[in-house]
Design a protein around this ligand. Structure first.
Ligand SMILES: NC(=[NH2+])NCCC[C@H]1O[C@@H](n2cnc3c(N)ncnc32)[C@H](O)[C@@H]1O
Length: 373
């Protein structure tokens, strides 16, 4: 067989492993998540003939995904920044009082320490955080960075608020940004569903590595993913439109969990230190948990949310927290519910022990899969 020629004479296609696969027998080919394989024969639905680093063998087609045409496509940037160029999403975020108020409080609490500082607001959207800085404190300069066409409106808002002397809007991707100099504070509201969805956090870390002064402040300073055992409150079942099987098969974003629906106390499963975490760490994040059931009931699934923490610029000054969990004021993120394949009856005192894994999609770089074991 000519190198790179598949058995039916077509060009071998490149696929990426979505999960680790261990061969059972020498006619199969083992690979790890993220490995790029050349697939030479896809005539069968289930087993394909593939090659990895000169080794050939059968691999399960369900473990593979075609590589994106190009890197740009992998981030789906046209769609992503297209969406953020319209006001709808920004209106939703600005209407989220706990979210916006927390950032305002952070600036207010640190207004004295911010005097003379240089701030970058990454992914500033309509510029609300930059305007908080300019109006509630006296920074030397605020660099408001926004890649979408929203930046045009943001420049106008900065002018109308009389902040153009302090705030400069850069319509640019953070990755391609050229700033006049390094910054003392990098503030951003980058959190997505389950904390990481959209993976805007990668842009924040790249900007940190390039533009944040040594010892500079990251806001949020840290973020953590929290989980507990939740039930589908009785209110949900009657409204179940989809066939139960389908409904149970995928995560429910924007699920509003009520405290009475919680079967156990929450546990932080993953914590990101925004000063030390590296982009490569984002590929796979794992956490352990052990829950004690506090009230007997039917355990339908795990509920997940995040909190973001804002360290004070002043030595042992008060830190602030934005908590998107069921015991805090509801936010536009709400919580995410991961259904069990089949509900389980649990008794008070039972313990549920396991692990969670956030696996970044090797192809679609703004996506992830979450596994509870
Ligand atoms: N909390 C979130 N899940 N999303 C809210 C913030 C997202 C805002 O940041 C902008 N944005 C996202 N990534 C980037 C980037 N790399 N460079 C500049 N702006 C960006 C995006 O256009 C939008 O206006």
């Amino acid at each position: 067989m000519i190198e790179n020629e598949s058995s039916d004479g077509h060009e071998a296609e490149e696929y990426v492993g979505l999960a680790d696969f261990v061969a059972e027998g020498d006619e199969q080919l083992s690979f790890s998540v993220g490995d790029k394989l050349k697939v030479h024969d896809r005539s069968s639905d289930v087993w394909w003939w593939a090659e990895l680093q000169g080794h050939f063998g059968y691999v399960p087609s369900s473990y593979l995904q075609q590589t994106a045409e190009d890197e740009e496509d992998a981030w789906q940037d046209d769609e992503y920044f297209g969406n953020y160029g319209t006001l709808r999403l920004h209106l939703e975020m600005l209407s989220d009082k706990p979210r916006t108020e927390t950032y305002r409080q952070v600036i207010l609490n640190n207004s004295v320490a911010l005097r003379g500082k240089v701030v970058m607001d990454l992914g500033c959207g309509t510029g609300v955080i930059s305007l908080f800085c300019a109006r509630l404190a006296h920074p030397e300069a605020v660099y408001a960075v926004e890649a979408s066409s929203m930046a045009e409106h943001t420049k106008e808002l900065v002018r109308q608020n009389g902040c153009e002397g302090v705030v400069t809007v850069f319509q640019e991707r953070a990755e391609n940004l050229i700033l006049p100099g390094k910054v003392d504070v990098l503030v951003s509201e980058w959190m997505g569903n389950c904390l990481l969805f959209e993976y805007m956090v990668e842009s924040v870390l790249l900007a940190r590595d390039r533009w944040l002064k040594e010892g500079g402040m990251m806001w949020p300073s840290s973020a953590c993913l929290t989980a507990l055992n939740g039930v589908l409150g009785e209110t949900i079942w009657p409204r179940l439109q989809l066939p139960t099987k389908e409904f149970l098969s995928k995560p429910k974003f924007s699920h509003h969990l009520l405290p009475e629906d919680c079967l156990s106390t929450p546990a932080d499963v993953i914590t990101l230190d925004m000063v030390t975490i590296q982009v490569s760490d984002l590929e796979t994040l794992k956490g352990e948990f052990s829950f004690t059931v506090e009230k007997s009931g039917i355990f339908h699934g795990f509920t997940v949310w995040f909190s973001a923490h804002f360290q004070s610029l002043e030595e042992d000054g008060p830190s602030l927290e934005l908590n998107t969990g069921p015991y805090s004021e509801i936010t536009h993120w709400k919580q995410t519910l991961f259904m069990l394949d089949a509900p389980v009856t649990v008794e008070e005192g039972d313990s549920i022990v396991g692990s969670i894994r956030l696996q970044r999609n090797p192809i679609w770089r703004r996506h992830l899969s979450i596994t509870f074991s």
